[in-house]
Design a binder for this molecule. Structure first.
Ligand code: TXA
Ligand code: MG
Length: 316
């Protein structure tokens, strides 16, 4: 019987050959990135794309992000403009996804883009994923490696918990950032569709123009943003000052009591640390069998905007 140890594989010279072989044969595999773990497959293969949608139980209308090694590869599939290049130069490779126009000659399968004329492209920074992308002559479609609407995985065993023996996972340790990439729409009016560690302010400073943040769940363009998301699957209540003993209390900073049912995102009030801990705490709380989660107020600045966005969606 296969177990967690034979499914989580180290990134070494012997396994690289195995990993590349799986991907080239239209298989799918869990891979680390600097944000969260992804579920990767050949973006030019309908077989691989179908496998990703099926195993995640993802709605067909929710497009996947396409991951590239560099611009040379991406330029074959998408139309890039000056604004893109400016932001790219500053933040890529890194935790940001650009929504751009797809070329008519693009080889990305339409199913991967949910039949849209736009594509989300990302150039991840993590060394392992970059090493793999460099060896391929096609990009990787890669959503977060969790079942649809669930919690994104931030370590290999999280991916194992989602899909068990159905896929292999490459061990890249704990995700450095722990929250998904910033998604910025560059087609038509520029706006942030999903906040992340790269903030609207940073993008504004780079482009020297005002950026809209389109967090209103009703008006958002991408179908993926409409659903309940990032959810531990139990009711969650936000901006709470205290919490009954029987429920889990997610806190931030020093002012909360340390009790059996408190889970502190960052005692030092560090928002980057809080982002890194968020999904880990969601999983821990769920495993401990709590039926409800109360959450303290989290400062809404920097990556705190992304944390609050995920909390809001998880509480829907
Ligand atoms: O950090 C990340 O972005 C991770 C890692 C693995 O790269 N990936 C990730 O993928 O979070 P996923 O599929 O869980 O979330 C991608 C989001 C979805 O909400 C989807 O709707 C949106 O990006 N998206 C993808 N293509 C889009 C498009 N053409 N237009 C608008 N939104 C798009
Ligand atoms: Mg996801």
């Amino acid at each position: 019987m296969k177990n967690i140890y034979s499914n989580i594989i180290k990134f070494n010279s012997k396994n690289i050959i195995k990993i590349i072989k799986i991907i080239k044969k239209n298989g799918i595999i869990g891979l680390p990135t600097e944000t969260v773990y992804g579920l990767a497959g050949n973006a030019y293969s309908n077989i691989a794309i179908a496998k990703i949608f099926k195993i995640k139980k993802r709605l067909k209308k929710n497009p996947l992000i396409i991951h590239y090694y560099d611009l040379n590869h991406a330029q074959k599939d998408v139309i890039l403009n000056q604004k893109f290049y400016k932001i790219y130069k500053k933040f890529s490779p890194g935790p940001i996804t650009y929504i751009v126009k797809k070329k008519n000659t693009s080889r990305i399968k339409t199913a991967a883009c949910a039949n849209l004329k736009t594509v989300g492209i990302r150039f991840p920074k993590n060394k392992i994923i970059r090493n793999i992308l460099k060896k391929l002559n096609f990009p990787l479609a890669m959503p977060s490696a969790n079942k649809s609407s669930g919690i994104s995985p931030v370590k290999p065993s999280d991916v194992f918990e989602e899909f068990h023996n159905k896929i292999k996972v490459v061990d890249g340790g704990v995700s450095k950032i722990g929250i998904e990439s910033t998604v910025i729409n560059l087609v038509g009016n520029i706006c942030v569709l999903r906040p992340g560690i790269i903030t609207p302010k940073q993008i504004e400073n780079t482009l020297k123009t005002k950026i809209r943040v389109s967090l209103n769940l009703k008006t958002i363009k991408s179908p993926g943003y409409l659903k309940k998301h990032y959810s531990p699957g139990i009711p969650m209540y936000l901006n709470k000052k205290k919490c009954p003993d029987k429920h889990a209390f997610i806190t931030f900073g020093k002012k909360y009591p340390v009790t059996r049912n408190t889970f502190n995102l960052s005692k030092k009030s560090n928002l980057n640390q809080a982002a890194k801990n968020l999904y880990k705490l969601f999983r821990n709380i769920k495993k401990k069998g709590y039926k409800k989660i109360y959450v303290a107020k989290i400062p809404n600045k920097g990556i705190g905007i992304a944390i609050n966005d995920r909390l809001k969606r998880a509480s829907k």
